[in-house]
Design a protein around this ligand. Sequence first.
Ligand code: MLT
Length: 400
Amino acid sequence: MPRLNENYLNVQDSYLFAEIARRVKSYEEAHPDKAGNVIRLGIGDVTRPLTKSAVDALHKAVDEQASAETFKGYGPEQGYEFVRRAVADYYGRNGVSVDADDVFISDGAKSDTGNITELFAKDNVILVPDPVYPVYVDTNTMDGKKIIYMNGTEENDFLPMPDHSVKADVIYLCSPNNPTGACYSKAQLKEWVDYALANEAVILFDAAYEAFVSGAELPRSIYAVDGAEKCAVEFGSLSKTAGFTGTRFSYTVVPKELAFLSSNGEKMSLRDMWNRRQSTKFNGTPYIIQYAAERVFSEEGMKECMENIAYYMENARVIAETLRKKNIPFTGGVNSPYIWFKCPNGMESWELFDYLLENIQVVGTPGAGFGVNGKNHFRLTSFGTHEKTKEAMERFDRLF
Ligand code: MLT
């Protein structure tokens, strides 16, 4: 009989968004007359189709795969150089220097932020914010690692800062934040980098929502801070930036400067370890997707993405305006596609989830799914259509 990984007993039965989908499905089955009326502003899934640049490139790459002269099989394990360069150029245009050699192409920030836990020994102290994207917690729990939490609350604008009495080895940060939409300033990120360097810790920085930052004031990458290349890994994705939630493309930057001493005094390079892990367990993102991604990172490609982002940010404005009208405190909605608000009338978040579903057929994400500090908060996404977002907020306005 196999002995199973009993750490799985310590994670919830189902992943947050799978649980929400299950509850919505069972509501729809119980109320078939209302099923067509449900508006989904829960999971952060996009509704705009792929941009023209991406679609044209996908067609071209499929044609290449149809011809013996241009057909491609397995690609380079780290990703094609043309797309790693395009990622590095994209960073460069945003004022940050990243070496294409340190860029690893993958199929999603969810996979990479989850898989990277394997590089760290079991006895590391893992520091995560609460509220938090559940993948960081679930994957470390599955691995049997010790997690400590730092509180994100209204008092600190949901932006926890280093506590020097806490000695962490691995720190997860996400900015613009999922779920709260809060963004760290450059000075705040510098404090985190200084903490990590002083404690020989590593920061795992999730930048999946960087494209939603407008203006040059707020950093879109932790590498905007000097010294971050010595202590931080960064995860980026085209899921929300270019509508690739179903197409799948992400990139992870593991700078060659990142190295830590092993117990026998040998220096181990995190970049080499990630390369070893990926080349052993992953055969790469499909060629056609990498080809399309390269076009997305071009100036023209990004311009088209920014039009879609502006579309979503208009939804964020509509959501924020309704909350303001109701005097409901919230964060996000600017520089972020997520709006994180205090549940009205003292409700708890799962209670509000049921209340909204039953009364106005609007689906959101209960804050409790992101940690104890989310117990009385709720997340709405701006990734819906204009029509449905407006309709959802009109229903919300009438309900409260
Ligand atoms: C979210 O809605 O927070 C995520 O983007 C969905 C996921 O990746 O799990």
